[in-house]
Write a protein that binds this ligand. Structure first.
Ligand code: PMP
Length: 405
């Protein structure tokens, strides 16, 4: 039987672990099994050194000092540690926080919970390209605001925020600024000095490292409280024996990202352009989402009138093409009704009409992608879209109206 081509354009969900990263991790599942806290014997010391090295590598990736990087289990934990940890460490600070409407649920759901606990929470809107406006942030700040958290880049629509400006505005009022750089760090420049952030979330599996490893950057002098009671690992900020193989993998992935980010991105931007042009030429009723330029390098996202995203995703998957479908729309974006917002948020926020939200697809290429992959998708996608459109009652309606007029 002929081998089916596999095109993995779903880097928004995860990336494959780089083989060079796996190689660096393997000894830590085997002969290098020490616990970094066992300072007293050589097996532990060796583990401690690996932990320090990885911390240095991650720090270098984001231009931080090693002492400002703390390892966690991933982005969800880092986001919780940043927001909940900051508020817990500052119980007397104002009870108002600002998030954006297009945050990941690991931030949004904290916002809802805090609202139930009596906090004021503002969810800033975004424009049609997915950008938070600095004027909106300025206007939302009150004397009671204690924290702002705004995502660096969106996995769903690819938009990269102007974090530097947003952090500057928060700092003018002395407010702590966190950015969730899960989709950013390791894929685009995420220099904490340049961005001027106090705190940043990083996730290894989003840049060719392993799952179960993440980090939080916390600027020297800033304080967050641990979410757990336990020992003294990670300066007590994240107690519990470290996931050393994962952390070593995150370090290795960071080092590779730093070395290769430019060449990876040059290639990805060119593939993105080719893909974008091809889609634009071949697919009628296509609408691209996110910012046209300020976007993740290999990221193309869109919705197609009359086409249901999940059906499209399924039929593509039968051809070996892997993408993700955007969430459905939500009519309530003010964070007033949690359940309603859970139905979706990002697409509604960028103004996709509710009846078309279900057509949304996200393609995010990995560094392994090449032109033949893009050609393959451009070949397979149009007939599938045509077939789905022909099955749509809304499309039939549209054709009837067009013929009648
Ligand atoms: N933040 C963003 C922007 C994400 O896209 C995701 C999901 N990949 C997360 C946080 C949560 O990541 P994880 O599920 O790996 O903890």
């Amino acid at each position: 039987m002929e081998n089916k081509k596999i095109v993995f354009f779903d880097a928004s969900s995860t990336t494959p672990v780089d083989k060079r990263v796996v190689e660096k991790m393997l000894p830590y599942f085997g002969e290098k099994y020490g616990n970094p806290s066992s300072h007293i014997h050589s097996v532990g010391v060796e583990a401690g050194k690996a932990l320090d090295d990885a911390r240095g590598q991650v720090a270098e990736l984001i231009n931080a000092r090693p002492g400002e990087v703390y390892f966690t289990s991933g982005a969800t934990e880092s986001n919780n540690l940043a927001v909940v940890g900051y508020l817990n460490a500052h119980p007397d600070s104002g009870k108002h926080i600002i998030l954006s409407e297009i945050e990941h649920f690991s931030i949004l759901n904290i916002g809802y919970k805090l609202k139930r606990l009596g906090y004021e929470v503002d969810f800033l809107p975004v424009d049609n390209n997915g950008l938070v406006s600095s004027a909106d942030l300025e206007n939302a700040i009150t004397p009671r605001t204690s924290l702002v958290s705004i995502q660096h880049a969106s996995s769903e629509i690819g938009t990269i925020q102007n974090i530097k400006r947003l952090a500057e505005i928060a700092h003018q009022s002395g407010i702590f600024f966190h950015t969730d750089s899960t989709a950013g760090a390791g894929n685009i420049p995420a220099d904490v000095e340049d961005l001027g952030v106090d705190c940043m979330t990083l996730s290894a599996h989003n840049f060719y490292g392993p799952k179960g490893a993440g980090a939080i950057y916390l600027k020297n002098g800033m304080r967050v409280s641990s979410l757990f009671e336990g020992g003294f690992q990670e300066d007590g900020l994240r107690p519990g024996t470290e996931n050393l193989p994962g952390i070593v993998g995150m370090g290795a992935a960071s080092e590779l990202a730093m070395r290769e980010i430019e060449s990876r991105n040059k290639k990805l931007v060119s593939l993105r352009q080719k893909f974008w042009n091809g889609l634009n030429d071949k697919i009628e009723f296509i609408h691209f989402t996110g910012h046209p330029e300020k976007r993740l390098p290999g990221h193309v996202s869109f919705w197609i009138e009359f086409v249901e995203g999940e059906s499209l995703q399924l039929m593509l998957s039968m051809q070996g093409i892997m993408a993700s479908s955007g969430s459905a729309c939500s009519s309530n974006l003010k964070g007033e009704d949690e359940e309603d917002l859970k139905a979706s948020h990002v697409l509604s926020s960028v103004g996709v009409p509710e009846e078309f939200c279900s057509g949304s697809l996200t393609f995010n290429m990995t560094m392994d992608a090449d032109e033949s992959d893009v050609d393959y998708v451009l070949d397979k996608l149009p007939p599938i879209v045509e077939r789905l459109m022909s099955m749509s009652p809304m499309y039939a309606d549209y054709l009837k109206k067009r013929n009648d007029s």
